[in-house]
Design a protein around this ligand. Sequence first.
Ligand code: GDP
Ligand code: MG
Ligand code: ZN
Length: 398
Amino acid sequence: MQHVEIGRENEHSNIEALLAFGFDEGFARAFASLAEPGDLPARIVEVRRGRYSALRADAAGGLVEVEALLSGAFMNRAETGGDFPAVGDWAVLRQAGAAGGGAAGVAEVSGPALITAVLPRRSAFARKAPGETGRDKVEAQVLAANVDSAFIVIAAGRDWNPRRLERYLALAEEAGVRAVVVITKADLAENPEALLEEAASTALGVERALVCAPEGRGLESLAERLAPGKTIVLLGSSGAGKSTLLNALAGRALAPTGEVRADDERGRHTTTHRQLYRLSGGALVIDTPGLREVQLWAEEESVDAVFEEIEERATRCRFRDCRHENEPGCAVRAALEAGDIDLGRYESWRKLRREVAYLDSRSDPAARRAEAERWKAINKSMRGYSKERRSIAGKSRD
Ligand SMILES: Nc1nc2c(ncn2[C@@H]2O[C@H](COP(=O)(O)OP(=O)(O)O)[C@@H](O)[C@H]2O)c(=O)[nH]1
Ligand SMILES: [Mg+2]
Ligand SMILES: [Zn+2]
């Protein structure tokens, strides 16, 4: 394996400028093990229908954004949708015509760059790929990679839907990423306190913020989450105010807002544009288009972790394999009847569990588990961490 030192010019590249985009020693090592002479590390900053923009160092010590395609070898190797690059990924970039050039360094060669590999992810937000993927086969689509935390954006008013929150929280749990619930459009809330409370009883132990981005209200609490070189992803439905929030955090219009949902006759989303931005403070923010359909790509444990009160009751059922339907001695049903578990939560939990069961029936659960472990190799301890945090939050609630 080649040795790469950060902040030192070497035969590969001048990578110092990439540090501001989250590059570090771990990524440098992974890069060195996959790269050939002349290759460059680059972060995927934009994905548009299978076309990629990547950010790499230039010869002058700055950064340049280049268009990139997948190499033929990459395409041959890719087995499932989850193998393809996503916004936030670190990639090995090869300038066409420069391969094998040896001393090419950071030569400014024109022509398309090729992505030859994606570096192992530290976290990945995935959903079940929408649309036609074959009748018997379901696949993952990675929405964002190498993310440090997720802002789950939900607007007061018409968008308000705690059930959707649970779905995103399960994805965050699966990704091993810390979530913050951001309630936007505070100006539309008749009773903002009630929304905060509902969010608290839906997202147990998860941080919450109430903002009105156009007026700059509530942004300070979020600003604390925005550390230089750390990556945040904005998730939430179309029109929830994600791009408006991004622009307010940036202090300037980085992303277009107010976009109208673009559907074709079949009702499918035509906007597939995800982009990574850098705020002047140094934080990196991934904006995603409104997702109409966020089908789970998760394991049972990730769903259960979002419904802690149910998970806890379930340990007291008479039968170990109780499905909490009509079994005798079911502690979950008993708690439901006593009003200790909310019916909406119970039904939501069952729905998400059914989605996982569907995934299990249409994909190889062992393969999915292995894939998930690969994506969060470094964040593996997060699940235990978030549990611990929850119980602390639960205790201090009274
Ligand atoms: N009333 C109100 N409208 C907002 C607020 N934030 C965003 N909007 C509007 O909501 C619409 C969708 O916002 P946008 O940021 O594009 O949503 P996105 O699809 O999640 O990126 C736009 O018309 C915004 O002007 C807010 O705090 N209050
Ligand atoms: Mg937007
Ligand atoms: Zn039960």
